[in-house]
Design a protein around this ligand. Structure first.
Ligand code: GDP
Length: 444
């Protein structure tokens, strides 16, 4: 999987890693090579272009953290962007509905749909202790229903008894009823494949979807078909509400173009990959792990992460010392704001804290969104060094200037000054109580 891309990128970064300094020209040369490597891996052109643009922008603007080389920093940026390109977070199956949760499997003939249905059923049974039933709705291909029955026996998963001559929509109804009555957690519907994407197929999918209200609709596509796999996925996405993609035959795919472009082109996450003919050859698709596998530079990535943590800790300590002395100026406030922004903004910070959903909505209603952080930072930037040191120097005229200079209002400027004042007062109180340590003592 991804061997050729991995080799090519390895070569590019080997050249970058040892360099003491990296100019813009070096970054651009390296990115040209990365771009060729991506295109050779059969990544869709717009996806490759977008990727290169994002990495270049970040790499040229990047501050290099102490104790890593610029080349190492670039590896980290590429690794981050590769993870994003592959979909970011791992996307699990969402089956938290009133049972039976229906998983509808769709795809072209020969994509590996029936095999994958059995693989997922087995995985749900073994890993999550789910009671699973499978039903084949494929009345076009002779012996398709029989194939699923045999696979069911092999993995010890129940299949809906076959009634000759019954039509797909009726089979789906019968399967739902049986799964409900017999207390199954999950019902997997293996729909009929076709040679090409065609209208009768789409209509059938839609009709079944209406009856079964699937929690997941997974498209199975063959990774070996490269960009065709992505095109098939795009066509399906337009007609059927897909929740995810399974890429089969990743074991034979050295290029990886389908996996790399799928998310960006279709907007749908890859949930699993098939890695062999055996019934247990199925893996959850974890973008971070895959990106690590492609770059093969996990050591460099974690080094850069650790170095960044150290620098942040040093910054925080410096500010804490100033806090303790009661000297906290606008520059320090700006540092704090930048830090918040880096952590994903107010929305992300609040989103991370349990129970903050409601507060987040209130804050947003009051205009406290992420643009507020940027506005506050812009205000500090518009102040002179003297004013940052002693904000009490600001008179009405200067406040208007600063508001104009930062694209904000005098009210915004006043709000920020008030916030700084409140923080300083709080700090002085802490100092009176004998600093942080004294306060801790008082609290027992
Ligand atoms: P369907 O027509 O889409 O239902 O396809 P099948 O499930 O019958 O699979 C077609 C062939 O592909 C079978 O021989 C499978 O064993 C094979 N196959 C399915 N998934 C994979 C995979 O991930 N890797 C490999 N190497 N073969 C696979």
């Amino acid at each position: 999987m991804f061997e050729s891309l991995s080799d090519r990128l390895g070569g590019v970064f080997e050249k970058l890693r040892g360099r003491g300094a990296l100019g813009e020209a070096d970054v651009r040369t390296a990115m040209r090579e990365v771009r060729v490597a991506l295109l050779e891996a059969d990544v869709a052109l717009p996806v490759a272009k977008d990727f290169i643009a994002r990495v270049t922008e970040r790499a040229i603007g990047a501050e290099v953290t102490k104790s890593v080389t610029p080349g190492q920093q670039v590896v980290k940026i590429v690794s981050d962007e590769l993870t994003t390109m592959l979909g970011g977070e791992q996307a699990d199956l969402e089956l938290a509905v009133t049972p039976p949760a229906v998983i509808m499997m769709v795809g072209l003939q020969g994509s590996g749909k029936t095999t994958t249905t059995a693989k997922i059923a087995r995985r749900l049974k073994e890993k999550e202790r789910k009671k699973v039933m499978m039903a084949s709705l494929d009345v076009n291909r002779p012996a398709a229903q029989e194939q699923l029955r045999v696979l069911g026996e092999q993995v010890d998963v129940a299949t809906l008894p076959i009634i000759e001559g019954q039509q797909p929509v009726d089979i789906a109804k019968r399967a739902l009823q049986a799964a409900k009555l017999q207390g199954f957690d999950v019902l997997m519907l293996d729909t009929a494949g076709r040679l090409h994407v065609d209208q009768p197929l789409m209509s059938e999918m839609q009709a079944i979807g209406e009856i079964a209200a699937p929690a997941e609709t997974l498209l199975v596509v063959d990774a070996l078909t490269g960009q065709d796999a992505v095109n098939v996925a795009s066509s399906f996405t337009e007609q059927v509400p897909l929740t995810g993609v399974v890429l089969t035959r990743m074991d034979g795919d050295a290029r990886g173009g389908a996996a790399l472009s799928m998310r960006a082109v279709t907007g749908r996450p890859i949930k699993f990959i098939g890695t062999g003919e055996k019934i247990d050859a199925l893996e959850a698709f974890d973008p971070e792990r895959v990106s690590g596998r492609i770059l093969g530079m996990g050591d460099v990535v974690s080094l850069v992460e650790k170095a960044a943590e150290v620098v942040e800790a040093e910054e925080a300590e410096k500010i804490a010392k100033k806090f303790a002395k009661g000297q906290f100026d606008m520059n320090d406030l700006k540092q704090q704001l930048l830090q918040m922004q880096k952590m994903g903004g107010m929305g992300a910070l609040m989103g991370m804290m349990p129970g903050m959903g409601k507060m987040k909505a209130q804050a947003e209603a009051a205009g406290a969104d992420d643009s507020m952080l940027s506005r506050m930072i812009a205000i500090v930037n518009s102040m002179t060094p003297k004013e940052r040191d002693k904000p009490q120097l600001l008179n009405a005229k200067r406040k208007i200037r600063i508001a104009n200079g930062s694209g904000t209002t005098v009210q915004d400027v006043n709000k920020l000054l008030k916030m700084h004042k409140e923080m300083s007062t709080a700090m002085k109180k802490i100092k009176k109580m004998g600093g942080i340590k004294g306060m801790m003592k008082m609290l027992g």
